[in-house]
Design a protein around this ligand. Structure first.
Ligand SMILES: Cc1cc2nc3c(=O)[nH]c(=O)nc-3n(C[C@H](O)[C@H](O)[C@H](O)COP(=O)(O)O)c2cc1C
Length: 131
């Protein structure tokens, strides 16, 4: 099974989540500088909210993902307040006809180093792999 992870993070919060997930499932995290150019069974993808929406760079990256290469997407995000970014990212993938799992992860950016949140990140990764 081919598993991949991509993320966009300006100030490091989403990177922290990406690193924990990647460590949990023993893959390498890559930023959105790295294109998707091979078949992927499970794609973990993460971003954050800036000025009310998830990053335009990440939206543009999602546009470049070939729909026929990715089977299923697992979304994670951080933000100051709520999980909006997950819903917005989900919409982008659904428009492309790429399946999005109900299993997702969100935490507030300022909590990414807290033990409880770190356990939830690991739990998210485990559940996604078991699905
Ligand atoms: C310029 C800027 C704008 C932001 N705007 C929002 C916002 O509109 N809503 C929100 O919930 N959080 C907002 N935040 C908080 C970020 O979503 C949060 O800190 C997130 O964890 C940043 O992720 P990153 O460290 O991976 O870049 C903003 C942060 C920055 C730096």
């Amino acid at each position: 099974m081919n598993i991949a992870l991509r993320y966009y993070s300006r100030s490091g919060n989403t990177k922290k989540v990406a690193d924990i997930i990647s460590e949990e499932i023993a893959i390498r995290p890559y930023t959105i500088e790295t294109p998707i150019d091979e078949n992927i069974d499970k794609l973990f993808i993460g971003g954050a909210i800036y000025a009310g929406n998830f990053s335009k760079k990440l939206r543009n990256y999602i546009d470049t993902i070939p729909s026929d290469l990715v089977k299923k997407v697992y979304i994670f995000s951080t933000s100051g307040f709520n999980k909006n970014s997950n819903y917005k990212m989900k919409e982008e993938f659904m428009k492309k006809g790429i399946e999005v799992s109900e299993i997702d992860f969100f935490c507030k950016g300022r909590k990414v180093n807290e033990k409880e949140e770190i356990n939830q990140m690991k739990e998210f990764a485990k559940k996604a792999m078991e699905e």
